[in-house]
Design a protein. Structure first.
Length: 256
């Protein structure tokens, strides 16, 4: 019997253990690390992020011979930062960032009030990266002071979950210290090493020189510029696109 609220029309990567397809594709049997359900995933999904058919939580499909799938590989630790899920105690630090009008100069968002920030944190608890159009939000914590200095959100950019996009914001008081590029490198580590993404992309308003430099410093390649492609806050803007492929990525010394 199909699980409730689940689309089985494509029969892709959510099958009970022992199932075979008409093409006799090899499958990996593994237990969900959250609920223990035994499920099968196509061998081509090894290392990628998938949903458990029973509890719908996310897991990383293990290699052949490993009995249990891995949990989402977070938090991610860099030399100075910790990329982790948001928690209720982040409210004050997040409001400090989201109430700063200047931080929204180059993006379509507008500043948030305290209640809106608290609502965001509460709703983010239920977000799964595998949900349609969902964004996984990392809080960027400066480890030395246990302070949230920004956030970085990731989302799949295609239906096959091969490409991933992200955006990030850093508290104005902590800019020009390399925290932004360090956070991006942490996100790239998560994407390429943690969930085996093929390509990661990001965009930036061409007037945001510091934002473009941050992406370049993190190792991303400038792919091109779309001229006056977006009408935002009363004016036309140019969008600069950046990307990096899995084979271009050089793994830094980062730990989970």
């Amino acid at each position: 019997m199909p699980f409730p609220n689940q689309d089985y029309s494509k029969r892709d990567y959510l099958l009970p253990a022992g199932c075979k397809t008409e093409t006799d594709e090899l499958f990996i049997d593994c237990k969900c690390p959250h609920c223990g359900f035994l499920a099968s995933f196509p061998e081509g999904r090894i290392g990628t992020l998938q949903e458990c058919p029973r509890c719908f939580d996310v897991l990383v499909v293990p290699s052949q011979g490993t009995d249990v799938g891995a949990k989402l590989p977070i938090p991610v630790k860099t030399s100075r930062l910790l990329l982790r899920r948001l928690v209720r105690s982040d409210s004050s630090d997040l409001l400090e960032l989201m109430a700063d009008e200047e931080s929204f100069r180059y993006i379509a968002w507008t500043p948030l009030e305290e209640g809106e920030v608290e609502d965001w944190i509460e709703k983010d608890k239920a977000v799964r990266l595998t949900q349609n159009r969902a964004s996984l939000c990392f809080g960027i914590e400066l480890v030395e002071y246990s302070k949230l200095i920004g956030f970085l959100s990731l989302n799949y950019f295609d239906e096959e979950r091969q490409d991933m996009a992200f955006m990030t914001m850093i508290n104005a008081n902590y800019r020009r210290q390399g925290f932004g590029s360090e956070a991006v490198r942490g996100a790239l580590h998560f994407a390429f090493t943690g969930v085996h993404i093929h390509r990661v992309i990001a965009s930036c308003d061409s007037r945001n020189i510091a934002g473009c430099r941050m992406l370049e410093k993190a190792g991303m390649r400038r792919e091109g510029e779309c001229v006056k492609d977006l009408f935002q806050k009363g004016e036309w803007m140019n969008t600069v696109w950046y990307a990096i492929l899995e084979e271009e990525y050089e793994q830094p010394p980062i730990k989970y």
